[in-house]
Design a protein around this ligand. Structure first.
Ligand SMILES: NC(=O)c1ccc[n+]([C@@H]2O[C@H](COP(=O)([O-])OP(=O)(O)OC[C@H]3O[C@@H](n4cnc5c(N)ncnc54)[C@H](OP(=O)(O)O)[C@@H]3O)[C@@H](O)[C@H]2O)c1
Length: 195
């Protein structure tokens, strides 16, 4: 299974550190290219691989850690996402409600990734907390996972577990996207699970 992170800002960097902490290789791309990533790739000792956007978007699991406004341009880069998994770690700060047309933001994102499966996770915590070791006080920090395709949910739940978090899958329930969307009850919940 190959992984990549699109975006090397606060969330992208936090996730890159979690991959490196667990010795899981991951590609990363941004708009500015590999040179801008040199300090981070040097720091993370070979687990983080600077890639072109095209290379990063070819991973089995692609994590979107970019502004919501950028997701459509990324989606257009492939006409068919061939059953691949796209993780929506974005929140809709500054996005007009009309743009969402009453839908969960992840469903809006899914429209831009035809043929792929979009799963929401990693968006719930501030980046500074997301970057911390998920092991805390003898337990593990909870990360909720939701999407409309059970196979993709399972794939992402396994990744969340490998990164050291305690995944809680919301499965494919209709309300999952709203629960995890901006303003939803699961946003900003720093929950520790003790088993
Ligand atoms: N910050 C938080 O605490 C937090 C917490 C949870 C969720 N989120 C969500 O996570 C997402 C990222 O937030 P952030 O705080 O990490 O933002 P950020 O620090 O501003 O970083 C955004 C990154 O996205 C990259 N980017 C923008 N457009 C792109 C494109 N078309 N193709 C490739 N890369 C592109 C930028 O590339 P360059 O570096 O080349 O400019 C930058 O690396 C947002 O949707 C935000 O709502 C943020």
């Amino acid at each position: 299974m190959t992984y990549s992170i699109i975006g090397s800002g606060k969330v992208g960097t936090a996730l890159a550190r979690q991959f490196a902490r667990n010795a899981i290789p991951v590609g990363i791309a941004n708009t500015r290219g590999a040179l801008s990533l040199a300090a981070l790739t040097d720091e993370l000792g070979g687990y983080l691989i600077a890639q072109t956007l095209e290379q990063a978007l070819s991973a089995d699991v692609v994590i979107l850690a970019i502004p919501f406004s950028a997701h459509r341009a990324i989606g257009r880069m492939f006409p068919d996402w061939h059953n691949r998994t796209i993780i929506d770690a974005m929140n809709t700060y500054g996005v007009a409600l009309e743009e969402l047309e009453g839908q969960a933001s992840t469903d809006v994102v899914a429209r831009a990734f035809a043929g792929g499966h979009v799963v929401k996770t990693f968006n719930q915590l501030p980046a500074a907390l997301l970057a911390k070791d998920p092991a805390q006080d003898g337990g593990r920090r909870v990360m909720f996972v939701w999407g409309r395709d059970q196979q993709a949910n399972t794939r992402v739940t396994e990744l969340v577990e490998r990164l050291g978090f305690a995944p809680i899958s919301l499965g494919t329930i209709d309300d999952g996207g709203t629960l995890l969307g901006l303003g939803g009850p699961l946003i900003l919940q720093n929950i520790i699970k003790y088993q």
